[in-house]
Design a protein around this ligand. Structure first.
Ligand SMILES: Nc1ncnc2c1ncn2[C@@H]1O[C@H](COP(=O)(O)OP(=O)(O)OP(=O)(O)O)[C@@H](O)[C@H]1O
Ligand SMILES: [Mg+2]
Length: 257
């Protein structure tokens, strides 16, 4: 498993499993660590338990066995230090972009000028400064996902969980958002665990890729991505990038041995 540096990992997933029903185990016990500032991607076929695993880490689903540790403490319910972006956007249609970003802060307490300027700064960060007063229906798919990202960042989460955040977007928008995500992650040294169907996306973004297999979901391989940072799209054409992507495909069974 992951190398142990001696210091505590930000996230430790320890023998976590989940059965939705006794007859259908969705996730076999999985164990891995994520260090502070690390970007980990999870790839795997549909039904391999990726969303199940992410929901357990986010405290939205109780594991059948095992423990999730955040900074050395057991995390058993939605944690203010964890930000979550789901497969589908769940914006409030009757709230403006700004008010959607403010929502997690409202749930914590009073909203004042500090919170407003914080939310506006985040809209700026994700390139939506001019759309603070727009409603979700007035945003494109890519803009809506950026807004969801801003909302997930508003509480300065120690850990950001992304479940196929750009899955529904066209390839060009997706590439652009990946670049923005890298910029944000690097700038804030944000720790990220992201589920994606795209092997290229995983290799481009991650420090490490976990490959999940199905029935029940389990970790087939953990692959380090030692491509230099900062990365730009040109890295995708490099020989090393291709070799890492091929290794991941081999583990998923997409390449003949
Ligand atoms: N609420 C649920 N009740 C019962 N079974 C479920 C539930 N959610 C998921 N499952 C089952 O658990 C397994 C893992 O599902 P999960 O959604 O975690 O997969 P996934 O890897 O995220 O798939 P995808 O790539 O399609 O999003 C699947 O076999 C699925 O049918
Ligand atoms: Mg899923």
């Amino acid at each position: 498993m992951s190398p142990q540096s001696g210091s505590l990992p930000l996230l430790r997933v320890e023998r976590v499993s989940h059965d939705y029903t006794p007859a259908t185990p969705a996730l076999a016990p999985v164990t891995f660590d994520v260090a502070e500032g690390e970007f980990v991607c999870i790839v795997g076929t549909s039904g391999s338990g990726k969303s199940t695993l992410l929901r357990i880490i986010g405290g939205l689903l109780q594991p059948s066995t095992g423990v999730v540790w955040l900074d050395g403490a057991r995390a058993t319910e939605p944690h203010p230090q964890i930000g979550f972006v789901f497969q589908k956007t769940n914006l409030m249609p009757w709230r403006t972009a700004l008010d959607n970003v403010l929502l997690p802060l409202e749930l914590l307490g009073a909203i004042g000028p500090t919170q407003h300027s914080q939310a506006r700064a985040l809209l700026e960060l994700v390139g939506l400064a001019d759309f603070a007063d727009a409603y979700p229906a007035q945003l494109s798919g890519g803009m809506a996902q950026r807004l969801v990202l801003a909302r997930a960042l508003v509480r300065h989460p120690r850990l950001l969980l992304l479940d196929e955040p750009f899955g529904a977007l066209d390839a060009l928008t997706r590439e652009r958002l990946n670049l923005e995500l890298l910029r944000i992650q690097t700038g804030q040294r944000q720790t990220v665990v992201m589920v994606t169907h795209s092997i290229n996306e995983a290799v481009f973004l991650a420090d490490r890729v976990l490959v999940l297999g199905e029935q029940p979901g389990r970790i087939l391989a953990e692959i380090g991505v030692d491509l230099p940072r900062p990365r730009n799209l040109a890295v995708m054409g490099s020989e090393k990038f291709g070799a890492i992507a091929t290794e991941i495909r081999r583990h998923i069974g997409l390449v003949e041995e």
